[in-house]
Write a protein that binds this ligand. Structure first.
Ligand SMILES: C[S@@+](CC[C@H](N)C(=O)[O-])C[C@H]1O[C@@H](n2cnc3c(N)ncnc32)[C@H](O)[C@@H]1O
Length: 297
């Protein structure tokens, strides 16, 4: 039997492949799973598919993305039909992607955003300092086919409808009401990838803001897992968070990076996971040279 299509937004940097390991850290009996840097909400989708929690909060400061989530969950037929129109119009117009991009940068239409994400180079969105979408079309692909979008958004709507609250805005406001019986998964833009002229995400995050937010979650006894920075081969992205953050640091192997593969290198990418105290860590290998770290292979 073919597995269900359940990833409606093909976001580069999605945590889809790491979701089975990250979701092992969600304790039984959690009431609400908060995903305040949702992007394609890979953790919510995995946890919902495996009935790990009943309720979800999907938040992101990129408002159009949340508009897209609203359409996926509440209006999947309308989204599918409009996506199919936008997708088919590219077949006899070589300028179509650029025209949709210009229209999206004027109107912030969530259906156009889905087409741009699905069709752009490596599904890697890029924005300029005005928040305009700048990535180009991938010339070798046509983007996710309309019939796949239709199947996927209906599956996701069936999975999440009536169980999700959507939040447009900053992560701290999104998790303001989280309680000790809830669970927060955070995947902010990484320190090592946030800066430069063409940004990966519509918004960036200051490290100090993140540290203070983690301190507040610790004080409120809200369990959390944070994905933050890491390394590929010898290259490290970002500095470790300070000891004031009351969390275990795990390293999770994410396989070969797509950049390393393009460069013909065999370098492995390892991502850091900060796991709040009190969450069960299972039996993980502890590298001898860095006993504070544990490897989540
Ligand atoms: C690394 S991506 C998340 C990817 C996600 N885990 C997935 O599986 O697709 C980071 C997301 O955080 C959002 N973001 C950036 N700064 C934010 C902030 N201060 N508050 C809320 N969301 C923010 C970005 O728009 C982006 O969608």
């Amino acid at each position: 039997m073919k597995p269900l299509s359940i990833q409606p937004i093909p976001y580069q940097g999605s945590k889809r492949s790491l979701a089975p390991r990250i979701c092992q850290l969600i304790p039984d009996g959690v009431e609400t799973l908060y995903e305040p840097f949702a992007g394609s909400a890979a953790i919510t989708i995995y946890a919902a598919t495996h009935n790990q929690t009943e309720r979800f909060v999907i938040g992101d400061s990129f408002g159009v993305l949340i508009d897209l989530w609203e359409m996926i969950i509440e209006r999947p037929s309308e989204l599918s039909e409009r996506y199919s129109d936008v997708w088919h119009a590219q077949l006899d117009n070589p300028h179509h992607f650029n025209e949709v991009r210009a229209a999206y940068n004027d109107n912030a239409d969530p259906v156009q955003l889905l087409y741009l994400v699905a069709r752009c180079v490596k599904n890697a969105v890029r924005f300029n300092k005005h928040g305009h979408f700048t990535q180009s079309a991938d010339k070798r692909r046509t983007g996710m086919k309309p019939d796949k979008v239709t199947r996927t958004v209906h599956n996701v709507s069936n999975l999440l409808k009536g169980r999700v609250e959507l939040y447009k805005g900053d992560f701290e406001a999104c998790i303001r009401n989280a309680r000790p019986s809830d669970f927060v998964y955070m995947d902010p833009p990484y320190q090592g990838t946030s800066y430069g002229p063409d940004k990966r995400y519509a918004a960036q995050l200051e490290r100090d803001t993140l540290i203070k937010a983690l301190n507040r979650l610790d004080t409120r006894d809200v369990p959390y897992v944070l994905s933050y920075d890491g390394r590929t081969g010898d290259k490290t992205y970002g500095d470790p968070l300070p000891d004031s953050v009351n969390a275990h640091l795990l390293e999770i192997s994410a396989g070969r990076s797509s950049q390393a593969t393009l460069n013909g290198s065999a370098a492995e990418t390892v991502e850091s996971l900060y796991v709040s105290h009190g969450l069960e860590l299972f039996d993980m290998a502890i590298p001898q040279e860095q006993p504070q770290k544990r490897l989540f292979a």
